[in-house]
Design a binder for this molecule. Sequence first.
Ligand code: FEO
Length: 412
Amino acid sequence: MQATQVTDNTWRLSANIHDILFEGMWPIPHGFSMNSYIVKGEKTAIIDGVCDWDGTPEVLFDQFDQMGVKADEIDYVIINHMEPDHSGWIKAFREIRPNFTIVTTAKAKVLLEAFYDNTNEVMVVKSGDTLDLGNGHVLAFAEIPNVHWPETMATFDTKTGTLFPCDAFGSFGAINESPYDDQLTQEQIDFYEYEATRYYANIVGAYSGPAKRAVVKTETLPFKIIAPGHGIVWRQNPQKIIEDYKRYAFYSKGPAKEEITVIWGSMYGNTQRGVDPVVEGIRSEGVKVNVHQVPDTHYSYILRDVWNSSGVVLGMPTYEYKMFSPMAVVLDELGRKKALNRQAFRFGSYGWSGGAQKELDEIMLRYKMEWDFLDPVEFLGAPSQEDLDLIYQRGKKLAVQVKEWVAADGCT
Ligand code: FEO
């Protein structure tokens, strides 16, 4: 990895990870970057960091050498967030630089001791506090609780207008030679936008209220550059990622885009026969449709598409008096992440009894999801032509409702 200059006296360092499940559960087929930043005044601070897996801290330390910065020149380690993808490197850093001051929030200080047996001096800061590095670089701190843990804060360099917001405004996706929006093609920006929506829905989505408040705080700052803990640095058009995050936070409670996501699973192909009719019904109204089969598709991708969709179709049979189990897993995750207030429709087969609807009602209630369902279409065994026609009509009706809802709300 190559350290690169962000702006005056400010550098981006980074390490990518691949071939793991992020947080032990989220696929990252295109990798994941963990960004760290060095700001040099008369004193030197490093902001954010990397995990401790497989020599990753050493990847960061190699970049000190590229910049001609010696580890023992670093005076302050600014910990915006204690999740180990940002703080894991601290123990390894202590091996090469025992004496430094950690700057973080009171809640993070407790975690610092719990995770890493901290022995370093800690400067506890809160919103409004500052740290003067000299040569005009005054760092200002703002707590942004629950973006994405309760102890999280953002750091702002008042001289360069660079905001270091940690998890906020980040994305999945490894980054190699070109970490800045002004270096990327539109195709590359689109790729990171896709990965940003998946990252948001998977990691930040459950905290969309705090994310909205963090965006409001950000907009009060005279920022010129947004330098997140993951993904690309926005220095040509930082407003783009601000506007994107506003939309992503808004999507939690809907409406989202004029899209419908169809999630289906089938034991012997009877429920599957309803998929084509419902998709055709939706498309007949010109509404974009995303289709995912469970359990084949990881819920990371389903969550991402449901997050962007104002409508959802569930096609699943009853299984052992309950819902087809892989669908229950997906719905549970959608509830945990607060994909709320969708227009919805369900269809599916049953055998010796029903039961899918009862469990669906329980999940909706448990997570207060408030999905507004059309009447379901359930059939004993295989669907009749009449059932399939009805499923087509329900898909069409759902698409009409989604269009009206999105139009009324002015959302895109
Ligand atoms: Fe990037 Fe909440 O850790």
